[in-house]
Design a protein around this ligand. Structure first.
Ligand code: ADP
Length: 191
């Protein structure tokens, strides 16, 4: 499955891209996996990434010693086109819990920090926590885009941030959140 429906926006020197596609096929420096605390693989996008990367990936993540919710750790990409996988652990969504948005923002921020520390210039995110962890897509999109925009506007090292949305619905929700954010932020514009 190739990427389809691409939207570009620009903030400072960073391009923000929305595509509908499969994250395992992305030709970027790092892809961000929606992992669980064990980092040993699971269902959803995590399972797809482990299958595509091959057994080298789980051998590597075994050595990482798990990961706290809201944090991220990096490994090699093995059989993937991407040189690195950033394993990010988003929160399970709980209605009305103020920790859910804080933890989701932290997950995106820590992924970007780990990327910047490892000279990653191009990065692709899955929609963290929006599957089995049930985070509402629209709310997650707002947090994801806001956290990425705040990070790249303060620190210019990452050139491309691509959100790889698996479904038409996810793409539409991210598109709606990006529309709103381009109206709210002077530094973010459609390219
Ligand atoms: P979580 O446990 O963090 O909710 P999931 O893997 O269940 O993680 O889902 C996260 C998101 O990843 C969902 O929006 C799901 O549709 C999406 N997804 C599943 N497979 C892929 C894939 N191959 N590429 C990109 N996104 C995917």
């Amino acid at each position: 499955m190739n990427n389809s429906t691409v939207t570009h926006a620009k903030i400072k020197r960073t391009v923000i891209e929305l595509v509908q596609g499969d994250i395992t096929e992305q030709d970027v420096d790092a892809i961000v996996n929606a992992a669980n605390n064990t980092l040993l693989g699971g269902g959803g996008v995590d399972g797809a990434i482990h299958r595509a990367a091959g057994p080298g990936l789980v051998a590597a993540t075994k050595k990482l010693g798990g990961c706290a919710t809201g944090d991220a750790k990096i490994s090699g990409g093995y059989n993937l086109k991407a040189r690195h996988v950033i394993h990010a652990v988003g929160p399970m969504y709980r209605v009305g819990d103020p920790n859910s948005p804080k933890l989701l923002a932290s997950t995106y921020r820590r992924s970007l920090e780990v990327a910047a520390q490892n000279e990653v210039k191009t990065i692709a995110f899955a929609a963290i926590s929006t599957g089995v962890y049930r985070y509402p897509l629209g709310e997650s999109a707002k947090i994801a885009l806001q956290t990425v925009c705040d990070f790249v506007s303060a620190k210019n090292s990452i050139k491309l941030v691509r959100f790889v949305l698996f479904t038409e619905e996810a793409l539409a929700e991210f598109q709606g959140a990006l529309d709103t954010m381009t109206r709210e932020r002077d530094d973010l514009n459609y390219a």
